[in-house]
Design a binder for this molecule. Structure first.
Ligand code: SF4
Length: 340
């Protein structure tokens, strides 16, 4: 296999608040290979967007970041703002959730492209900028006749396609797409997914696709990483993870997805924890129907099961499970014992 385009190791992001530190991303590791799409899924508030922005160096100043985001031998966590600015566009791209807030309403679409291309490729003749922009827009289904229109003259789906064209016109090696289709209807969503797949195949662009929609992951991603309370609790090839989920949270997420074959509604009881004061041990333990004594006492270690990696005591390692740790978790007893 080729070298990863991006290699994230033990990434941690936290914010200081009056109540304590919010550990939004707490020790996340994954690799992304050329031309690969990794879907990042999980409920709202699990740290997906913070992880995407942390990888891109787009977090607010108040955030503290540790760990390694290796991109071409360079740790982006330690990179200077000027270096990041230079990489964004030609090397790193970002597609945001809300296109209208990202496009300047006073600038024509053409001016957005002129600004992006002349910032990273100064001296490019205007005619060349126009040709490249129009080619990229055309690939997104935006006709050349709309090149000089203003953002408010487009529908939400078209604006999102313009945003994608802006992110891809410089052919970046790696793109983070943060819920790029959330506000769109299913037809536009399907178009955008197919456009991203074509571009990925055509330019070997690697994509981190953040979504809460498991149907999109099944359709558009090669691998999936399931995030819960700031950790990736399971990752592996989409076909394998969806066919044989190894983590109870992945299983519960898949069960709560509605499809044409759905006969009953399932949901995951409770809510993701407060990241200032998460539960001890496995953070999913208060919601997990398989929780054991060890789960509330010790943090689970990553275990490889063929191509999947999972953090769950159901899969060991056995030698680290304390005596009696495999007993079903009785929460009342635990809280009495902890208070003693
Ligand atoms: Fe459930 Fe324990 Fe696995 Fe956490 S470690 S998911 S509580 S079985």
């Amino acid at each position: 296999m080729s070298e990863p385009v991006l290699s994230v190791a033990d990434l941690r992001v936290w914010y200081g608040t009056d109540r304590g530190a919010v550990r939004a991303v707490d020790g996340v590791s994954f690799d992304l290979y050329p031309g690969e799409t990794l879907g990042l899924v999980g409920e709202s508030g699990c740290g997906k967007t913070t992880l995407g922005r942390g990888v891109m160096g787009l977090l607010p100043r108040a955030a503290s970041v540790e760990g390694v985001v290796d991109f071409g031998g360079q740790n982006l966590v330690r990179a200077k703002p000027k270096t990041l600015q230079r990489l964004r566009g030609p090397q790193l791209g970002m597609i945001f959730q809300e296109p209208l807030t990202r496009l300047n309403p006073l600038m024509r679409v053409s001016e957005h492209f002129e600004e992006a291309l002349s910032a990273h490729e100064p001296g490019t003749p205007k005619a060349q900028i126009r040709d490249r922009a129009i080619d990229t827009l055309r690939a997104m289904g935006i006709p050349p006749t709309r090149y000089r229109a203003y953002p408010h003259e487009f529908s939400g789906g078209m604006r999102q396609r313009i945003m994608i064209a802006l992110a891809l016109v410089l052919r970046p090696k790696f793109v983070v797409a943060d819920e790029p289709t959330t506000a769109l209807d299913v037809l536009v969503e399907a178009q955008i997914i197919s456009i991203l797949a074509d571009l990925r195949a055509g330019f070997d662009t690697s994509l981190l696709f953040i979504t809460h929609n498991l149907g999109i992951v099944a359709e558009a991603c090669d691998r999936v990483a399931v995030m819960y309370a700031g950790r990736i609790v399971e990752q592996g090839p989409v076909t394998e993870v969806f066919a044989r989920p190894q983590h109870p949270y992945t299983e519960a997420l898949l069960r709560s997805t509605i499809s044409l074959n759905t006969t009953g509604l399932h949901y995951i009881p409770g809510a993701p924890p407060d990241l200032i004061d998460p539960p001890g041990g496995c953070r999913f333990n208060p919601r997990c129907e398989h929780a054991m004594t060890v789960c509330a006492r010790q943090f689970p270690h990553p275990v490889a099961i063929e191509d999947q990696v999972v953090e769950c005591w159901l899969h060991g390692p056995d030698e680290l499970i304390e005596p009696g740790g495999r007993e079903p978790l009785v929460r009342e007893e635990l809280s009495v014992a902890d208070e003693a």
